[in-house]
Design a protein around this ligand. Structure first.
Ligand code: MG
Ligand code: MG
Length: 274
C-alpha cells in the first residue's frame, strides 16, 4: 500500500532530511587526498550517535548483500557507484567518491547521495556528476500532482540521453517514509504519461546514477559494492522529496546547493560540448 503523508509527517521527515544534508555536507568537506574511508565512516557514525539518529544501513540485510551491513554510510569510489562498503582505502588525487546516507530521526527516514571529486578534478568526471545532478533536478521539477511516475523516469532518462550516458534499470528511486524502502520503484528510465498519478503527500527518494559507458553492473566479492561492468567512472545524486499541492519539497537539500545555477541552460550546453 502506498502511504500518503500528512504535512505534519512530511515536516518530521524534513527534520531527518536536514540532518542527512548536514552529514553529506560534512562528508564533502572531509573527503580529501589521504583520508581513509574507514575514518570517514567512523566520523559519520559519531555524528549519527550524537544526534540520536538511527542508521538505516546498520544491520541492513537484503537478499543481494553478504549482510548484515555493519556501516552507517555507503562510500563508493570511481567505478563503484552503489552500496560501496567502506573499507581500508585511502583517497587519492582525482578519485570520485559517492556517499549515500539514510537515517531515521524519531521514526522518520531521509535518504540522500552525492558524488564529489577528491583533489584535482578531471573534466569528464565533473561532467558525469553534473549529469546526475541535472537529472535529479529535472526529476524533482516534474514531481507534481497530476503528473505520472513515468514523467519522473522520463525526465531522468532525457538528461542521460542528452549527455550520452546509458541508464541501468535494476536500481533506482523508491518510496520512503517510516522505512528506507517503501512501495514504489522509480526507474531512472521510462515513458512520460505512464504509471501512477502523483498526489500530494507522496514521498519519494529520487536517485539518478550513471556510468560513463555502460548500463551493466558487477558486484564485488564483498557482496555489496556495485561497480560499472566495464570499469568506467560513475556518479550518483539522490534527494528525498515530498509532493505537495505547490512546488515539490526537497527534504535533503544541502545549504551549499544551488539548483537554479545548475539547471542554467548555458552550463548545460557547455557540459554537452565537453
Ligand atoms: Mg540512498
Ligand atoms: Mg535511496
Amino acid at each position: 500500500m502506498i502511504e500518503l503523508k500528512t504535512p505534519a509527517e512530511i515536516q518530521r521527515m524534513h527534520v531527518a532530511g536536514r540532518f542527512v544534508a548536514e552529514v553529506l555536507s560534512e562528508v564533502g568537506r572531509l573527503a580529501d587526498v589521504g583520508v581513509n574511508l574507514l575514518d570517514l565512516e567512523h566520523h559519520v557514525r559519531g555524528m549519527i550517535e550524537r544526534r540520536g539518529a538511527e542508521s538505516c544501513y546498520w544491520d541492513y540485510a537484503p537478499s543481494f548483500g553478504r549482510g548484515p551491513f555493519r556501516n552507517v554510510i555507503c562510500l563508493s569510489v570511481n567505478d563503484a557507484v552503489l552500496h560501496g562498503l567502506p573499507h581500508n582505502y585511502t583517497l587519492r588525487d582525482g578519485d570520485v567518491l559517492s556517499a549515500d546516507l539514510a537515517v531515521s530521526v524519531d521514526g522518520w527516514v531521509a535518504d540522500s547521495a552525492r558524488t564529489v571529486v577528491v583533489g584535482t578534478a578531471a573534466e569528464e568526471d565533473l561532467r558525469i556528476i553534473r549529469a546526475t545532478e541535472e537529472a535529479l533536478e529535472a526529476a524533482i521539477e516534474v514531481a507534481r500532482p497530476g503528473n505520472r511516475l513515468g514523467d519522473i523516469s522520463a525526465a531522468i532518462w532525457a538528461v542521460a540521453r542528452d549527455y550520452g550516458y546509458p541508464v541501468n534499470t535494476e536500481f533506482g528511486g523508491h518510496g520512503i517514509g517510516r522505512t528506507m524502502h517503501e512501495e514504489l520503484h522509480v526507474s531512472n528510465k521510462g515513458r512520460a504519461g505512464r504509471g501512477l498519478t502523483l498526489r500530494p503527500g507522496l514521498t519519494l527518494a529520487l536517485e539518478p546514477w550513471f556510468a560513463r559507458t555502460t548500463d551493466r553492473i558487477v558486484y564485488d566479492a564483498d557482496g555489496w559494492t556495485i561497480r560499472s561492468a566495464d570499469g568506467s567512472r560513475t556518479a550518483h545524486s539522490e534527494h528525498t522529496i515530498a509532493i505537495t499541492e505547490d512546488a515539490p519539497l526537497v527534504l535533503t537539500r544541502r545549504e551549499s546547493e544551488n539548483p537554479a545555477t545548475r539547471a542554467d541552460s548555458a552550463s548545460r550546453l557547455s557540459a554537452k560540448d565537453a
